[in-house]
Design a protein around this ligand. Structure first.
Ligand code: C5P
Ligand code: MG
Length: 161
């Protein structure tokens, strides 16, 4: 019997401000002079990933699960968001498998290339997949959005019928 495949897609963006720590895919970059202005830690890659996961089965989005207006989510570690979304999806219980994740992060500075393996390992660890299944593309905005960090994530789930 062939497996059922579901595509997921999510995006996120935050403004960069002084005095905040840049966090991408659960990896902190304390050397960055700016970080995301956000209610949680502002990890755009994990927010886009969480929304991509939810979208596979039309489960809404993280704004619904973790309302920014709710003070108990202030400063929330986004790895916790991904963990809760995985629980909600019941991936393992349902025999589903995450085939691969393809992410694009747009950020003018700092350059992320040197942290590619760290970010892939961090994301893969959260998802229980191999780092080789986490494709990471880093782009600048060519100066068009120097004050923003953005991420877009597409992924593929499969499940035995
Ligand atoms: O945006 P652009 O095509 O000019 O980026 C050139 C290269 O710089 C990218 O292919 C990527 O390898 C690297 N890059 C990076 N970190 C960023 C943005 C771009 O490592 N924040
Ligand atoms: Mg280019």
């Amino acid at each position: 019997m062939s497996r059922e495949y579901r595509v997921g897609h999510g995006q996120d963006a935050h403004r960069l401000v002084a005095g905040r720590t840049l966090v991408v895919g659960g990896v902190r970059m304390p050397d960055s002079p700016r970080g995301p202005d956000a209610h949680s830690d502002g990890d755009v890659l994990l927010h886009a990933l969480a929304d991509a996961l939810l979208s596979t089965y039309a489960l809404g989005d993280i704004g619904r699960l973790f309302p920014p207006s709710d003070p108990k989510f202030a400063g929330l570690d986004s790895r916790e968001i991904v963990a809760r979304v995985l629980e909600k999806l019941e991936l393992h219980a349902s025999g589903a498998r995450l085939e691969n994740v393809a992410a694009v992060v747009t950020l003018d500075a700092p350059k992320l290339g040197a942290r590619r393996d760290d970010i892939a390992c961090s994301v893969a660890g959260l998802l229980g997949i191999e780092p080789a299944a986490v494709g990471l593309t880093f782009k600048t905005s060519e100066g068009l959005a120097p004050d923003h960090v953005q991420a877009s994530v597409t992924l593929l789930l499969s499940r035995a019928p």
